[in-house]
Design a protein around this ligand. Sequence first.
Ligand SMILES: [Zn+2]
Length: 225
Amino acid sequence: MLSAVFDFILPRFCPSCKNKLTLGENCICASCRNAFVYTDEKLLLNEYGRKFSESNIISDFYPLLVFEKSSSLQEIIHQIKYQKKFLLAVELGRMLGKTLSAKKPNWGIDLTIPVPLHSLKKAERGYNQSFYIAKGIRQVVNFPVSQSILKRKRYTESQTKKNLAERAENMTEAFSVRHADKIKGYNILLVDDVITTGATIKECGKILKASGAANIYAASIALAV
Ligand SMILES: [Zn+2]
């Protein structure tokens, strides 16, 4: 009743299609949610093989949705990254958390680490979107989240116009670990918004493992194929 009154006085809008949200719709409207393309087993197996299998660093990964150009998801991710819509990141994190707890209960996660932004980029954007995705996951599965262990020490150039080899080179030694004693023997979940080549995730995983973590898993809202 009260929510109906609030919706009348202060209508909420879907960030993607801009239609009014109806009672019971949370952050994203039902029709935009229905347009999401979910990843499936076959795609994940293929993509894991292409991105992670040869390096032996990432034990498994789970991106929730397929990233498609000009989709409702692209608009939503753009707003999360560039228009300070971090509550959307929390909502997508909750969706990801629900699926993770159903599909990957055997990961045995001890700690979640959002892929860090360089402090300059974080200051420029105002927040790290991956931290809010991790917060959404935590609301469902209760994995602790740390932002203080993994640091991005190099201000890397944008990855978007680079090819596979250039992206990997761009990421080399871009991260460092503080308080390695706090991750000894831990299974760590790395969280990112979109996994594209996997180069960022691999670099994060490499330094976490070298610092004593046991197994590294990765989850993201979307997978760019
Ligand atoms: Zn919509």
